[in-house]
Design a protein around this ligand. Structure first.
Ligand code: FAD
Length: 416
């Protein structure tokens, strides 16, 4: 996956994380000549650092349908791409410790069942049987989403990139896009240090760098790269891979089995927001400063439910820069005012496991001129993606800090 730079392509995809690689694969499968470029190694930035959890029941019906469809594509990933994917399907538990979150779960179950999902409330004892590390004292209600999966994160972008290459895509690591070339206001190609690729369709899938790349084409996309971290404990007696992902709503913390230990990640109230325009050009996610104390604090916030994390040794600590949006929706569609430029990002810490479907939808839109789902709420030009900077940063912080809260229990929102 390191060939010659093609002089022309039908479509250039900028960024080989989950979203870019999935888009490139689906475009190549539709018969387009595709170039997939990355300024760093293929699949080397935020995507391989993800927790790899699906969360099928999302804040609205569109996102839920997308997440459910993505789980089906994860189940058939190996057959579709010819690439390996290690995944487990133990389902997930969502734990309410406050009355308003118990009500939230009842609403979510009703909504999920209405959408045909295999989801139900379970008694706390049953939740503990499924996840023996969960202590249920103080737990008011638990929801069980039976089809949720967790997977090996790097295999999604790596697999799609390799499969795209087999379909004829030029997959080019260490090839930064320095300029989006326009002619008469429309996209005409991209300039890299290795030369120009002429293409009338360019896709910005640059992850944390989404805004910088959009700006190269004259577009603005309001997303905020936000540090997100997780830790994995040393192996612990009693951990099994078939134990469900467990999320504690009020604390915005998730736990799952990993490498014989338990993974814990979560959403602190005051996350580190980063403007990559202020970072040196050679900055990579591996250079992002991490802070284990944030995770220790999150572990303390769920100590009554997961005392196992008290003073436990850690075998792995990782983090990256997913992008938050002001309304919690992804960003997908044509860049306003720049014909030929398309955007896919604003992952809101959920873009790895939804990439199989988001990439397919974007490819469908580019190839057929329309999509099978109405994606207008994800439009790059919507009001929530064009807020003044301080409002954008604050709305994105609130979305992050209340990640598992329903829109109804979020602070008042006039950003949509
Ligand atoms: C700790 C952690 C846990 C997470 N947990 C989950 C989870 O459980 N489930 C889930 O679905 N998601 C999760 N996420 C979010 C997930 O990682 C992101 O949604 C996903 O990685 C987004 O992929 P991406 O393709 O947008 O970004 P990236 O993987 O960052 O890819 C963007 C690529 O663009 C390239 N690029 C940038 N600028 C240029 C340029 N000018 N020219 C060429 N290339 C360029 C970069 O080098 C990079 O490789 C987690 C993230 C983190 C950090």
């Amino acid at each position: 996956m390191n060939g010659a730079l093609p002089g022309r392509a039908d479509a250039v995809v900028i960024g080989s994380g989950g979203l870019g690689a999935a888009t490139a694969f689906h475009l190549a499968r539709a018969g387009l000549h595709v170039a997939l470029l990355d300024k760093a190694g293929i699949a080397s930035q935020s995507s391989p650092r993800a927790a790899g959890l699906s969360g099928t029941l999302r804040a609205d019906d569109l996102m839920t349908r997308i997440a459910a469809d993505a789980v089906r594509r994860i189940e058939t990933f190996e057959a579709d791409t010819g690439e390996p994917l290690v995944f487990h399907q133990p389902g997930s538990l969502k734990v309410a410790r406050r009355e308003e979150h118990a009500e939230q779960l009842l609403d979510e179950v009703a909504r999920g069942r209405g959408l045909g999902l295999d989801v139900a409330m379970v008694p706390p004892d049953e939740a503990r049987r499924l996840m023996p590390f969960l202590c249920t004292e103080g737990v008011r209600a638990v929801m069980h989403m039976r089809t949720d999966v967790y997977l090996e994160p790097r295999q999604i972008p790596e697999g799609y990139a390799r499969a795209a290459a087999r379909l004829g895509a030029a997959v080019l690591p260490h090839t930064p896009v320095q300029e989006i070339v326009t002619e008469g206001g429309a996209v005409a190609g991209v300039r890299t240090p290795r030369g120009v690729i002429w293409a009338a369709t360019v896709i910005d899938a640059a992850g944390g760098w989404l805004r910088q790349v959009a700006a190269l084409g004259g577009a603005n996309v309001g997303v905020v790269p936000t540090r997100h971290q997780l830790m994995v404990t040393v192996p612990l007696a009693g951990v099994r891979p078939d134990q469900p992902i467990t999320r504690v709503i009020d604390a915005n913390v998730y736990v799952r089995p990993e490498k014989g230990g338990l993974m814990l990640g979560g959403y602190e109230p005051d996350p580190l927001q980063t403007d990559l325009a202020e970072m040196p050009a050679e900055f990579e996610i591996k250079d992002l400063p991490l802070d284990l104390e944030v995770l220790r604090g999150l572990a303390r916030s769920v100590e009554a439910q997961f005392p196992v994390f008290r003073d436990v040794a850690v075998q792995e600590h990782r983090g990256g820069l997913p992008t938050m949006t002001a309304d919690g929706e992804h960003v997908l569609g044509p860049a306003p005012g720049v014909p030929g430029l398309w955007i896919i990002g604003g992952c809101c810490v959920g873009g790895l496991t939804t990439a199989p479907t988001l990439g397919a939808l974007l490819a469908e839109w580019i190839v057929d001129g329309q999509t099978s789902m109405d994606l207008s709420s994800m439009a790059p030009g919507r009001k929530a993606a064009a807020l003044p900077e301080p409002d954008l940063a604050e709305r994105c912080r609130l979305q992050y800090a209340h990640h598992y809260w329903s829109p109804a229990s979020m602070p008042a929102d006039d950003a949509n």
